[in-house]
Ligand binder design. Structure first.
Ligand SMILES: NC(=O)c1ccc[n+]([C@@H]2O[C@H](COP(=O)([O-])OP(=O)(O)OC[C@H]3O[C@@H](n4cnc5c(N)ncnc54)[C@H](O)[C@@H]3O)[C@@H](O)[C@H]2O)c1
Length: 338
């Protein structure tokens, strides 16, 4: 079979990771960005067609297989829906959208168009996460009682002031959407759906800079009885400090840590030891700030496996919706308190 044809919508930072993988595994047919300079840069680098609006791209390009949505969070839903209506598959960056309603509409349109919806959640591929998922699936920790998720990163004022959309309510949505939706996805993936939350949020260091919280503490209660806490902020002094998940089960305790859930920091499991973890990829490094582990290679390999070999989607629209629903529950609980 010929290589799949991709288009990218939004030629910013993360689009670089997408373009690299498309160039490796498929064909980058076209890109679009409302910022002409950014779109042209991609066009020059990858020798693809350039458009300055998604409408123009969808009107002119008929041989695309997949459109990768790399635009600000608040545009993911309307742009994905346009792509489905044009008859193409969608690979959507995280978070899937910033409202539960929008996620539902995206799933509905994908079904109507009979096209596939892939969500980027590349942290699932971090080697310690994969190992712990296996340990949980094999029931090696016995009954899991409680968990602790810590997300302690740094985002300085310039991170927001230099961006057209980060920190805005309507295009970013909140710190849990842009910085920590990967982490919330992992809770859902490892422990299932969340029943109840209690939460308190504050903006301590980014007053007048962002429209929402820069810190939050959350109590979570899962449907299966597990209880846990999430302590998150972007105020860790001067640099990212920690992204960690600790799991307490009846026959084992495990802590995945490092700055972005990239190291197995502690394990004490009855009659078992996780060994030979592969090194894993480095984080996405944007110069001024550092993000999650760069596993877009695995994301694209999955898209191609699904579309070419009838594989199974690594993160589908339903799971993307669940992450947004959990974040929505947290913000709703916090708003009641504020
Ligand atoms: N998976 C990850 O680890 C990861 C990492 C970073 C960002 N992201 C996600 O990727 C998305 C983009 O983030 P970024 O950091 O690359 O942002 P960015 O600001 O660097 O890039 C976004 C681009 O979209 C363009 N854009 C805005 N409106 C548009 C429109 N209507 N049509 C077409 N293009 C438009 C902007 O001009 C900009 O070039 C966000 O949803 C973000 O949450 C994911």
């Amino acid at each position: 079979m010929d290589k799949l044809n991709f288009a990218i919508v939004g030629c910013g930072r993360i689009a670089e990771r997408h373009a690299e993988q498309i160039a490796r595994l498929a064909t980058l047919t076209a890109v679009c960005d409302i910022n002409e300079e950014r779109a042209n840069k991609f066009g020059d680098k990858y020798g693809c067609k350039v458009y300055y609006s998604i409408e123009e791209l969808l009107l002119n390009e008929k041989d695309i297989d997949v459109v990768s949505i790399c635009s600000p969070n608040g545009l993911h839903a309307e742009q994905s829906i346009k792509v489905f209506r044009a008859g193409f598959h969608v690979l959507c960056e995280k978070p899937m959208a910033i409202t539960v309603f929008d996620c539902g509409e995206m799933i509905k349109e994908a079904e109507r168009a009979n096209k596939r919806l892939f969500i980027v959640k590349q942290n699932r591929y971090n080697p310690p996460i994969q190992a712990v998922k296996e340990v949980l699936d094999e029931n090696r920790l016995g009954k899991v009682f409680s968990i602790q998720l810590n997300c302690f990163w740094n985002r300085n004022p310039e991170y927001y002031t230099q961006s057209e959309w980060k920190g805005t309510k309507n295009l970013d949505g909140g710190t849990l959407f842009t910085q920590f939706s990967h982490f919330i996805d992992l809770l859902y993936w490892l422990f299932g759906d969340v029943k109840n939350v209690e939460a308190a949020t504050r903006n301590f260091m980014h007053d007048q800079i962002i429209d929402f919280e820069d810190a939050g503490v959350v109590i979570v209660e899962f449907y299966n009885g597990i209880i846990g806490t999430i302590n998150y902020n972007v105020n860790s002094y001067a640099k990212n400090m920690e992204g960690s998940l600790t799991i307490f089960g009846e026959s084992g305790t495990v802590k995945i840590g490092g700055q972005y859930l990239n190291e197995l920091e502690y394990q004490n499991i009855k009659d078992y030891k996780i060994t030979n973890l592969p090194a894993g990829n480095p984080p996405n490094n944007y110069g001024q700030y550092v993000g999650s582990m760069s596993n877009h290679n695995r994301v694209y390999e999955n898209v191609i496996e699904v579309l070419v070999n009838q594989g199974i989607i690594a993160t589908n629209g339903f799971e993307g919706l669940k992450t947004v629903e959990i974040i929505d529950k947290i913000y709703t609980a916090a708003n009641k308190r504020n």
